[in-house]
Design a protein. Structure first.
Length: 326
């Protein structure tokens, strides 16, 4: 099995995996060393309203890796002094000079593109021993997460736009509004509201939507999570199918979005009644040097289904948002 993995094949299969899936490959004795940081990085809880993990984390070791070698995103963690199947695979993958670099403390982490499938990212975090492995994953955790997220964003973007785009809708948006947005092939414009300044595009079965709102702040008006939540709440009540939000179940954090500082609000929406609902996210961006702001919102309705795969897709569309900065 290990030899087959190392040799690979001339024609690599297509990778297969749900949006936001990551496979962790580690020997059983090393799992307690890395699990806390792995779960902190990739196991953030998103309420949909049921709690779901931002990434679906699976665990295995190299002895069983051949059965999962088409996973798109793989993180392998092992030590040079280990004796398990994962440590054995690591030693076979490293050249003598790289192995010496690990032992001397020169090398800690590696990235390999498409080793066994396409598209695929293999991240490798190594240590001379367990103590070294634990220290290295803490030190390199932010980089590991950034590489994984960048890969997954690009992979999903390729998937959702491969079947086509709504070019006519994209032209309407670019011509009428001060922003651009790529639109997946089966979304339609559901509503445009010139009094509250928003446009909403919807895809059905299961239902999900992207809403973009815009406006100008009044002098000294604070643009923060509370402003974004309140504005989003008002806009939702003006939908053709009006929705409410739960005031006791929303969060806010500062992030980067569309190359600008932004505020991310997450919460739960429901139809007024309520009869149905689900999760939403809303990015608030104030255009630097101006009073202009935008809100890019995504929401999903999928009773009985996991919502995170849909939220990943919405996130990718939302992140195609572009606005000119003067």
């Amino acid at each position: 099995m290990l030899t087959a993995l190392l040799l690979g094949c001339s024609s690599k299969p297509s990778s297969m995996g749900t949006e936001g899936s990551i496979l962790i490959v580690a020997d059983q004795l090393d799992v307690p060393i890395i699990r806390p940081e792995i779960e902190r990085l990739f196991g953030k809880t998103i309420y949909t309203p049921q709690p779901e993990s931002s990434y679906r984390i699976s665990w295995t070791d190299a002895a069983a890796l051949a059965d999962y070698s088409a996973s798109p995103l793989i993180l392998l963690a092992a030590t040079i002094d280990g004796e398990g199947s994962t440590a054995d695979l690591l030693k076979k993958m490293l050249s003598p000079s790289i192995n010496e670099g690990v032992l001397s403390g020169e090398y800690f982490v590696f990235r390999r593109i498409n080793p066994w499938a396409r598209p695929q990212l293999l991240l490798i975090i190594v240590g001379r021993d367990q103590r070294d492995l634990g220290a290295n994953i803490l030190e390199w955790s932010d980089s590991l997460y950034a590489w994984a997220e960048d890969f997954e964003h690009n992979r999903i973007k390729d998937q959702i736009f491969r079947k086509g785009e709504q070019r006519d809708i994209e032209k309407i948006i670019a011509g009428k509004y001060d922003f651009r947005l790529r639109v997946q092939h089966d979304y339609l414009i559901a509503q445009e509201n010139d009094s509250l300044n928003f446009i909403r595009i919807i895809r059905h079965y299961p239902e999900r939507w992207i809403m973009v709102a815009y406006g100008e702040l009044k002098p000294d008006q604070l643009f923060d999570g509370q402003f974004i939540y309140n504005r989003r709440k008002l806009i939702g009540s003006a939908f053709l199918d009006p929705v409410m939000t739960y005031d006791d179940n929303w969060t806010t954090e500062e992030v980067n979005f569309a190359g600008m500082d932004a505020v991310l609000v997450r919460g739960i929406w429901a139809t007024i009644g309520p009869e149905g609902g689900g999760p939403f996210f809303c990015y608030g961006i104030r255009v630097p040097g101006t009073d202009r702001y935008f809100m890019v919102d995504g929401a999903a309705f999928a009773p009985g289904e996991e919502k995170m795969p849909l939220l990943w897709q919405l996130e990718i569309i939302a992140r195609t948002f572009e606005v000119d900065i003067l």
